[in-house]
Design a protein around this ligand. Structure first.
Ligand SMILES: C[S@@+](CC[C@H](N)C(=O)[O-])C[C@H]1O[C@@H](n2cnc3c(N)ncnc32)[C@H](O)[C@@H]1O
Length: 284
């Protein structure tokens, strides 16, 4: 493992000898809050699959389209779990531009993401960061910062953007996500993006990338659209369903599409006024 000097901004409790998803992703997006081990892992991943930075950008783009879907429905509360290092175009910037009163709670378990988010959000009374772990949903829902800013009697947009692929089957992802969905009021929205081996042109590249992430603190688990359906149980999956990132309600024709972006899936569900069993489909 590559050794690296600890920069002055790095929190003492962060292990700078092991790469981590938030900092690898920060590097892909052109950010500067990453260590040499993260950059080395990112470079190896790009070598195995050159389209990875394009997947990151497609992921951010669909996140923004889904945020617009939520704000257009009048939602003004956002719980963004696995928010990462604020690099550019963060959730609070997008939604507070549309609705200055919008409230945003970011959640991450990476000390660099938490420390940097805290610095970026200083002075913003309607946005905060909670240091909590998705694998313990009550640590997210009962966190004092979550309770301070979000009113769970009103709709919330639950953002699980490029995080649920860090949940192993042994973590019981379906139960974790159900616990979060259950806490939401009718009219709430859940947004999920997730890495997949389906659709894309380079499954062998994806497998090599999975190998690289296996050596990080955040191994990556690929899932199919069918495997993601239970994550939306009881919610109405809006059109076009669970589809490759660039195909979820694109703003522009996808002439210049990097085929690697098909290795990410996106889906959005809405909590109906009366809960049904299983997942249903329909334009909302
Ligand atoms: C790939 S980044 C995604 C950042 C942002 N959501 C986006 O899509 O632009 C994944 C983030 O999830 C965080 N993460 C991974 N596992 C987590 C967990 N169990 N609890 C909280 N955060 C987690 C990582 O630290 C990282 O910041």
């Amino acid at each position: 493992m590559t050794e690296t000097a600890r920069p002055s901004w790095a929190p003492e409790d962060v292990d700078i000898t092991k790469p981590n998803a938030s900092r690898i992703y920060d590097y892909f997006l052109g950010g500067s809050h990453n260590f040499e081990v993260d950059r080395a892992a990112a470079r190896a991943a790009v070598e195995a699959m050159p389209g990875i930075p394009a997947i990151g950008r497609a992921n951010r783009a669909v996140m923004h389209r889904a945020l617009r879907f939520a704000t257009d429905r009048g939602i003004s509360q956002f719980l963004d779990i696995g928010s990462g290092i604020p690099t550019f175009g963060s959730v609070h910037e997008a939604v507070q531009r549309a609705r200055p009163d919008a409230r945003v709670v970011y959640v991450d378990n990476d000390p660099v993401a938490v420390t940097h988010s805290r610095a970026v959000l200083a002075g913003n009374d309607n946005a905060t960061i909670a240091n909590a772990d998705l694998r313990d949903p009550s640590s997210v829902l009962d966190h004092p910062e979550t309770r301070r800013l979000l009113d769970f009697d009103r709709p919330v947009a639950l953002m699980l953007v490029a995080i649920t692929h860090f949940l192993h089957d042994g973590d019981r992802p379906t139960e974790i996500i159900a616990a979060l969905r259950d806490a939401l009021a009718p009219g709430s929205v859940v947004v999920i993006t997730h890495a997949t081996l389906e659709n894309g042109p380079t499954p062998s590249g994806q497998e090599a990338v999975q190998q690289i992430y296996r050596r990080t603190t955040t191994p990556l688990i690929m899932r199919s659209a069918t495997e993601l359906e239970p994550f939306f149980a009881g919610f109405d999956l809006v059109d076009p369903g669970i589809v490759p990132l660039p195909h979820w309600r694109p703003d522009t024709p996808d002439d210049d599409l990097d085929p690697a972006t098909l290795h990410g899936l996106a889906g959005v569900g809405v909590k109906p006024l009366r809960l049904r069993r299983g997942v249903s489909r329909g334009r909302t």
